[in-house]
Design a protein around this ligand. Structure first.
Ligand SMILES: [Zn+2]
Length: 49
C-alpha cells in the first residue's frame, strides 16, 4: 500500500508550503502553526488532500 502524502496549506493565503505523510490511524484534520514565506509570518496550516 502506497504511503499517502498530504499537503499542509496556509489558511491565510492557501499556499501549500509543507508535505507530510498521512497517518491512516488519524482521522481528524491536522492543524499546525507553521511559517508561511508568502505571508511572512507564522500562520495556521491545514491538511489537504
Ligand atoms: Zn500564507
Amino acid at each position: 500500500m502506497a504511503n499517502r502524502k498530504v499537503a499542509l496549506a496556509c489558511s491565510v493565503c492557501g499556499s501549500r508550503n509543507y508535505t507530510i505523510s498521512s497517518n491512516p490511524n488519524r482521522t481528524n484534520r491536522l492543524e499546525v502553526n507553521k511559517f508561511c514565506k508568502h505571508c511572512g509570518q507564522y500562520t495556521l496550516h491545514q491538511e489537504t488532500k
